[in-house]
Design a protein around this ligand. Structure first.
Ligand code: NDP
Length: 288
């Protein structure tokens, strides 16, 4: 009988990463600062922002929370972002998305100084990643890369298939894997015969947002499977539960390595946000 895949413990890895960041921050001559901007009362966003602030303080950084009413105007939000750009105590700026529908998120993101863009969402940082220049890399893709590098230090020549082509996840992951000398194929909703393509992947990254779309028989035996998806589905007793984009129970039988949901990629996102804030601090200090 085949052995089950090794399950990548993203929670433990993220905890180690945060501990390493905290140790580094403790030795800095000044504290890095992360500003998080939340507009409106979206309950999920409120939880994310509170969690980010808590983790920021835990690693010894300063957290600046800006909670604005849902009726905030575009000009007011842009003025806040410009103020944060100019504030020397702030090294990272994160505007929690989605914004209320009357606000133009693209314009707000474009207003963030690329050197403080710890979400890596500005066109400048996307361009730097594409060009292989130092920049700030979106947190979730960076988290996926760190998990993979830990298990597969040399990815040269491996075939990576990335399902999903969003600016937030799919495209940056594909760039990062290309930099690791993988041969990268990007798949999306118009890809033909996705199962057959996936069966050729040594590394399979699913960033789709469709619960358990990737079935066990899509997995090449021994492949590394990174599941970025976070999907809430009905569970037992009327409660909901989280599942990824990969049918875990099936895939674990075939894969060599696999991230679970929850507890895989998810915990890496905030840890990488803190890592990016530290990177931004170092660059501002001329040390990074
Ligand atoms: P988007 O909705 O922006 O992108 C989804 C991508 O999946 C698109 O490129 C789309 O293709 C592709 N897709 C949709 N249906 C199919 C299909 N049937 N076959 C193949 N490809 C398909 O999502 P995000 O990239 O923002 O997020 C993806 C997932 O990752 C979500 O579940 C999200 O919750 C999760 N996520 C998790 C994070 C974490 O911290 N772990 C952080 C961010 C996201 P097309 O372009 O053709 O429409």
């Amino acid at each position: 009988m085949r052995e089950l895949a090794e399950i990548i413990d993203g929670k433990a890895f993220a905890a180690r990463l945060r501990a390493a960041i905290a140790a580094e921050v403790a030795d800095l001559p000044a504290q890095p600062g992360l500003a998080v901007v939340l507009v409106g009362d979206d309950p999920a966003s409120k939880v994310y922002v509170a969690n980010k602030a808590k983790q920021t303080v835990k690693v010894g950084m300063r957290s600046f929370e800006h909670r604005l009413p849902a009726a905030t105007t575009q000009d007011e939000l842009l003025a806040l972002v410009r103020g944060l750009n100019a504030d020397p105590a702030v090294h990272g700026i994160l505007v929690q998305l989605p914004l209320p529908s009357h606000l133009n998120a693209d314009e707000v993101i474009a207003a963030i100084s690329p050197d403080k863009d710890v979400d890596g969402l500005t066109v400048t940082n996307a361009g730097r990643l594409m060009a292989g220049l130092p920049g700030l890399i979106p947190c979730t893709p960076l988290g996926c890369l760190l998990l993979l590098q830990d298990k597969i230090p040399d990815m040269t020549g491996l075939h990576a298939v990335v399902i999903g082509r969003s600016n937030l996840v799919g495209k940056p992951i594909a760039q990062l894997l290309l930099q690791q000398n993988c041969t990268v194929t990007m798949a999306h909703s118009k890809t033909r015969d996705l199962p057959a393509l996936c069966r050729t992947a040594d590394i399979l990254v699913a960033a789709v947002g469709r619960p358990e779309m990737v079935r066990g028989d899509w997995i090449k035996p021994g492949a590394a499977v990174i599941d970025v998806g976070i999907n809430r589905v009905p569970g037992e007793g009327g409660k909901s539960r989280l599942v990824g984009d990969v049918a875990f129970a099936e895939a674990v039988e075939l894969a060599g390595l696999i991230t679970p949901v929850p507890g895989g990629v998810g915990p890496m996102t905030i840890a990488c946000l803190l890592r990016n804030t530290l990177t931004a601090w170092k660059r501002a200090a001329g040390a990074g």
